[in-house]
Design a protein around this ligand. Sequence first.
Ligand code: F6P
Length: 321
Amino acid sequence: MKRIAVLTSGGDAPGMNAAIRAVVRGAIYHKMEVFGIERGYEGLINGNIDKMEVCSVSDIMQRGGTCLKTARSKRFMTPEGFGKAVETLERYEIEGLVVIGGDGSYRGGLELAKAGKTVIGLPGTIDNDLVYTDFTIGFDTAVNTVLSAIGNIRDTSSSHERGTVIEVMGRRCGDIALYAGLTGGAESILIPEEPVDMDAICETLIQGKNRGKMHSVILRAEGVEISSEELAETITQRTGIDTKIVVLAYIQRGGSPTARDRMLASRMGYRAVELLLQEGMTSKAVGIKGDEIVSYDLEEALNMKKTHDKSLMNLAKILSI
Ligand code: F6P
């Protein structure tokens, strides 16, 4: 394989730049030509594609976001848009495409794979919602950003003796809430994978208040059935604790990637190149299991079913008594 391309798609994630750098430099090291496609599949449709050199990826490793920009392309899902995207790949004689993104981006990649293209998926999303990999690029940074916010909120909420519902991202996967909640000592964590037990939440808060706790943090993933507003109101009514709401939103998607995310992105980016160098390579999804970088058939990876491991939630409950 001599000519490859890379794009980022869907929500940006810290570490995407480190992944782009690893793909570009890894490819050039192995004497391949590498092209960057701007704005994900939208750019592929529009032909926003440029050759990248070693210096194209200088000074980006430490930056959040993606230097290739990103988009959620609706046009790619139409036969016309898809056809144009395939045309661009053919016009530039791209033999392998590296797609850095989450579930939706992978599904786009799978369509290209079905049309005979070789696609390597790198998991770039803060949500950690790709089932086949233990961790996605950007998740660790997002968790650390939420942790830092929890620290700030504790300062003010303990001064005012308040409770705070902190809403974090995660529509179908509660990992950001779970990891930040456990490591940030939240009194309650609400994730979409588990039903909401309002009695247990209020009981924990009342117990804490009776022991003289000055503040409480309730971490709620955005995909949870009860809204932050309803949650805060119910807590205030049932416990007497004045409860505010903080929605962290896009703050948790930006910022300089942690060492862990840069390492993951560098290892996975280079693995994408190694896969593309293999004779007769078919489309793959790169992931991490334990500390090992692994790869699966793209379709097989997307079809894996999520099993919710309750052990971390149980630990968080035990430690927040
Ligand atoms: O998939 C990443 C993510 O940040 C989700 O956590 C969130 O629900 C969504 O993207 C927000 O999407 P948008 O950037 O389109 O508002």
